[in-house]
Design a binder for this molecule. Structure first.
Ligand code: FAD
Length: 428
C-alpha cells in the first residue's frame, strides 16, 4: 500500500490526533519531524531543550509500535518533498498551523509537493477564523468571542490509536541532545500533569507565584503534547474554578484567532495611536534592558520573574504581567523588545499569546488594560508574594548588599508615563 507521511510540528503526541487518524486511514504512516533552523535559530536554550526532550519522548512512544520518529534537517520545502519522493508517499498529513510563519511555510511546502498536503485539526478547540461576529467580522473583544466559542463547542477527543497504525521508517539524523531541563515532558507527562491539576481550587491560587500551583500546561499546549480538547473534556463546569480555567484556555484561542485575522499584529501596534509614546533609545535602552533581562532592577518580584525565565523558560502569569508592565511603563522601553526576549526564552513561547499579552500590558492591544492602569511592582509583590517566598527562591542575595538598589523610582516613572499618555491623547 502507498505510505503517507505524518509531519509533526505543534502536535507532539499520538492520542487525540485527528491528522494521525486521517493519515492512518490512507495507509502505512511515516512519522516525520523537520529540524528547521528558521525556528531553532532564534530560540534560547530552555526552549530548544524542551523541544528536543519532547521529541525524544515522542520517539520513545513511537518505538513502542514501530521504527520511531524520522528526523531530518533543513528547509521544510526541500526536506518534505524529497522524503515524499523517496518513499513514494501518496500524501503528507499535518495538523493545520495558523501562525504567520507556519502558514507561509506550509504554503511553500504545498507548492513544492507533487502529492497533497492534507490539513486535519489544529492546535485549538475551535480553529482560528471559524468564529465571526453577527456582522461577519473577526472578534476584537474577548467576552463576545468567549460566548461564541462556548456556543460553537468542539468535537470530542479523536480516537487515534498508535497501536492500530502500520508505522514505517526511513533514514534520518540523530535527535540533538538536550543540554538542560529535568521536568517531565511528552504526552504521558502532560496527561499526568493535567490529571494531577484537575480539581485544584484555581480561583484561589492562580495569582500566587509563591504557591506555584497553576496547571503549568502551557508548554504542553504549545507543543501539542496534549490537545486543549482533551483538557476541556475533563472539566467539571459545575465548579466555578473550572469555568475560570476554561476562560483562560479561551484566551489562548482568542489570541490565535486575533493573530490569524490580523497577522501584522505580531509586530505592529493593534492600537497604532500608542506608537507615538516616547520610549528610551540607544545606550540607555540597552542599559535598562540589560538590567531587566538579568533580573537586576532592584524590584524583587520583577527580578525573580526574569531570573526564573532564564533558568526555567517559564514564568508565572501574574509575574509576566508585572515584569512586562515594568519594562514598558517604568523603564519606558518599547514592548516589542520585551516580547522578543520572552519569545526567545519561554518554553511555552507562542507568537499569538506572547505578542498579544504584551500588547495588552502595554495598553495597545485588543481588550487592552487601560494605559493608565500601571502595575506597582512593590504592592503587587506584597499582595501576591506576601512572605517573599517566590522572590527568595530566585534571588538568593535579596537581603544582602549585593542586591541592587531600585533602578528607577516607580512613583516618578508612573507620573512620567501618565504625562506622556495624556500628551498623545491630547494630540489626537
Ligand atoms: P494556567 O493558569 O494553568 O492556565 C491554563 C492555560 O490557559 C495556560 O496553559 C494557557 O494555555 C492558557 N492561558 C492562561 N492565561 C492566558 C493568557 N493570558 N493568554 C493566553 N493563554 C492563557 N502564554 C503562552 O502560552 N505563551 C506565551 O508566549 C505567553 N506569553 C505571555 C506574555 C505575557 C507578557 C503575559 C502577561 C502572559 C503570557 N502568556 C503566555 C499567558 C500566561 O502567562 C501563560 O499561559 C501562563 O502563565 C502559563 O502557565 P499555566 O499553564 O500554569 O497557566
Amino acid at each position: 500500500m502507498t505510505p503517507t507521511i505524518l509531519w509533526f510540528r505543534r502536535d507532539l503526541r499520538l492520542g487525540d490526533h485527528p491528522a494521525l487518524l486521517a493519515a492512518a486511514e490512507q495507509g502505512p504512516v511515516l512519522p516525520l519531524f523537520v529540524l528547521d533552523d528558521a525556528l531553532l535559530g532564534p530560540s534560547g536554550r530552555p526552549r530548544r531543550d524542551y523541544l528536543f526532550r519532547s521529541l525524544r519522548a515522542l520517539d520513545a512512544d513511537l518505538r513502542a509500535h514501530g521504527p520511531g520518529l524520522v528526523v531530518r534537517k533543513g528547509r521544510p520545502e526541500q526536506v518534505v518533498p524529497e522524503l515524499a519522493a523517496e518513499i513514494g508517499a501518496g500524501a503528507v498529513h499535518v495538523s493545520a498551523d495558523f501562525g504567520p510563519y507556519g502558514a507561509a511555510r506550509d504554503a511553500r511546502v504545498e507548492e513544492a509537493l507533487d502529492v497533497p498536503l492534507t490539513r486535519t485539526g489544529s492546535p485549538y478547540a475551535v480553529g482560528p477564523g471559524r468564529l465571526r461576529t453577527g456582522g461577519g467580522k473577526p472578534y476584537q473583544v474577548f467576552t463576545p468571542f468567549y460566548r461564541a466559542w462556548v456556543e460553537h463547542g468542539w468535537r470530542a477527543p479523536a480516537a487515534s490509536d498508535p497501536a492500530a497504525v502500520d508505522w514505517v521508517g526511513a533514514s534520518g539524523v540523530a535527535l540533538p541532545e538536550a543540554a538542560s531541563g529535568d521536568e517531565p515532558v511528552g504526552e504521558a507527562a502532560a496527561r499526568e500533569r493535567w490529571e494531577a491539576f484537575r480539581g485544584t481550587p484555581y480561583d484561589d491560587i492562580r495569582d500566587r507565584p509563591d504557591l506555584d500551583e497553576t496547571s503549568r500546561l502551557s508548554p504542553a499546549l504549545r507543543w501539542g503534547e496534549i490537545h486543549p480538547r482533551t483538557v476541556l473534556a475533563g472539566l467539571d463546569l459545575r465548579r466555578p474554578h473550572d469555568e475560570t480555567f476554561r476562560r483562560e484556555l479561551a484566551w489562548r484561542e482568542f489570541y490565535a484567532h486575533v493573530l490569524h485575522a490580523w497577522p501584522e499584529s505580531a509586530r505592529s501596534y493593534f492600537r497604532p495611536e500608542l506608537r507615538a509614546l516616547p520610549y528610551v533609545t540607544g545606550t540607555e535602552r540597552e542599559r535598562r534592558l540589560a538590567a531587566w533581562t538579568a533580573g537586576r532592577t532592584g524590584y524583587p518580584i520583577v527580578d525573580a520573574g526574569m531570573r526564573q525565565l532564564l533558568a526555567e523558560g517559564w514564568m508565572h502569569n501574574r509575574v509576566r504581567m508585572i515584569a512586562a508592565s515594568f519594562l514598558v511603563k517604568d523603564l519606558h522601553v518599547e514592548w516589542t523588545y520585551g516580547a522578543r526576549h520572552f519569545m526567545r526564552h519561554l518554553v511555552d513561547g507562542d507568537l499569538a499569546s506572547n505578542q498579544h499579552n504584551w500588547q495588552w500590558v502595554a495598553g495597545c492591544g485588543t481588550d487592552a488594560a487601560p494605559y493608565f492602569r500601571i502595575f506597582n511592582p512593590t504592592t503587587q509583590g506584597r499582595k501576591f508574594d506576601p512572605d517573599g517566598v517566590y522572590a527568595r527562591r530566585w534571588i538568593p542575595e535579596l537581603d544582602s548588599p549585593d542586591y541592587p538598589e531600585p533602578i528607577v523610582d516607580h512613583a516618578t516613572q508612573r507620573a512620567e508615563a501618565l504625562t506622556a499618555y495624556q500628551l498623545i491623547r491630547g494630540n489626537r
